[in-house]
Design a protein around this ligand. Structure first.
Ligand SMILES: [Zn+2]
Length: 440
């Protein structure tokens, strides 16, 4: 039992090894309790406010009250801050903290597979309690000032690594590159020191004035991932945590979930449909063998396939209905998450459409002063889309790709375009729509 646990900040530590051949030697993946204890001892107001929030959340859970958010599916805008140590600015390649766009796009794809319970390639996801969490993630298309962005911000830092257990280091990262944490999910991808591959800040349980400003927690309220465990691809350097599930796991914390074993022997995660487990699954076996506990006098199988365990990425494939309910309650009750939901519902969320539709394109015409074209693209679910800009002769002068996005307000930078009439063509795998814009 660890009733204060989920208020804390979680961080997951492994002995991170950069070579695939030796990365089997996982010593420890998470050390939540030590940092949590530190924070509580340091700031009793912080501790009390989080305990109060947990109490409110548990009252909701036990009384069967559900989230008041009126949405079937929620799309959360993501900004990925790549804080790299590569002075020459080269993007991608082996042991390069300045990871490629492809690696980032692959991570977004994995998140949408995992949180929407889509077919995975690992042959799992057969447990009937597995839930579609109905949360989607899309790289932000507008920055905090409404300007066009691809949701990826690259910044060089001479600092070779950041310790996520250090409040100062997290603040430094957020200062180097950070967007409002009540409007975006901020993911910092960098070199994490101390053999750490992932870290997340739990939802704040208070809206008390002064608390965030005094303690600096608001600016770092996001997810921190070691660049070698982010996404999928040839330059992901862990052989165990190589399928993007470190980020799935950490966002689970950011959305209020605890570890399945409750961070203590036979502890609780306050979720009814995740079986009690004696401890974390620290196996590095890619055979995904069953692990058993005897916490209640009867032997039970641990849900090692749960994203909130420590299993190898290959062996993870499930959030439960109970975890989904807790996530949606958190989005409703935690002040900063609630603000994010309100933001995306009022300003950033476009409706789903059975047919691909360009609902609006503006400004049109585009003047010298503002050549940031915005497109309101509506589509069914999440799909890969491509936006082409064609000149009057039909030649493609610019192409942008947006993997696995939902209906979105997309920004296209037309700064380099000569004056003239252009065709803006939006394509999915099966559909195509176009509209004309004038640049003068
Ligand atoms: Zn964790």
């Amino acid at each position: 039992m660890r009733p204060w646990g989920w208020f804390s900040i979680a961080f997951c530590i492994v002995f991170y090894l950069s070579e695939k051949s030796i990365a089997q030697t996982t010593i420890q993946r998470c050390a939540t309790t030590s940092y949590d204890s530190l924070l509580k001892a340091k700031n009793p107001v912080y501790r009390k406010s989080r305990e109060r929030f947990e109490e409110i959340l548990r009252q909701y859970q036990t009384s069967g009250r559900s989230s008041r958010i009126s949405a079937n599916t929620l799309t959360i805008p993501v900004v990925v801050h790549v804080v790299h140590n590569n002075q020459n600015g080269i993007i991608g390649g082996i042991n390069n903290s300045n990871i490629s766009d492809d690696q980032i796009h692959e991570q977004i794809r994995v998140l949408n597979e995992d949180y929407r319970k889509k077919e995975n390639t690992n042959g799992f996801n057969t447990n009937p309690v597995g839930a579609d969490v109905n949360i989607q993630f899309v790289l932000a298309s507008a920055d905090p000032n409404g300007m066009v962005t691809n949701g990826i911000i690259r910044t060089y830092s001479s600092k070779p690594g950041f310790n996520p257990e250090s409040e100062e280091d997290r603040h430094v990262l957020a200062t180097i590159s950070g967007w409002p944490t009540d409007r975006y999910l901020n993911i910092w991808v960098t070199t994490l020191s101390g053999n750490t591959i992932g870290y997340a800040q739990f939802p704040d349980g208070t809206g008390l004035a002064g608390l965030d400003a005094e303690n600096g927690y608001e600016d770092s309220d996001g997810v921190f991932i070691h660049y070698g465990a982010f996404g999928v691809g040839p330059y992901v350097s862990s052989s165990i945590y190589d399928l993007g599930r470190t980020t799935t796991h950490e966002i689970g914390h950011w959305l209020g979930l605890l570890h399945t074993w409750g961070d203590t022997y036979c502890g609780t995660d306050y979720i009814d449909d995740t079986p009690v487990a004696a401890s974390a699954n620290n196996s590095s076996s890619l055979n995904c063998v069953s692990v058993y506990s005897n916490c209640t006098g009867t032997q039970t199988r641990n849900m090692t396939e749960n994203y909130m365990d420590y299993s190898p990425d290959l062996c993870m494939n499930i959030f439960t209905q109970g975890q989904k309910d807790r996530i949606w309650l958190t989005l409703d009750l935690s002040p900063r998450r609630k603000k994010l939901v309100e933001y995306v519902q009022t300003e950033n969320q476009l409706p789903e459409s059975d047919k691909l539709t360009i609902r609006n394109s503006y400004p049109n015409p585009l003047s010298h002063d503002n050549r940031n074209l915005r497109l309101e693209v509506l589509l069914k679910g999440t799909q890969d889309i491509t936006v082409d800009i064609l000149n009057r002769l039909g030649g493609i002068v610019k192409t942008s790709q947006y993997p696995q996005i939902a209906s979105s307000n997309i920004g296209i930078d037309l700064t380099t375009m000569a004056q003239g009439i252009y065709l803006v063509r939006v394509r999915t795998a099966n559909e195509e729509k176009a509209t004309k814009v004038v640049v003068y």
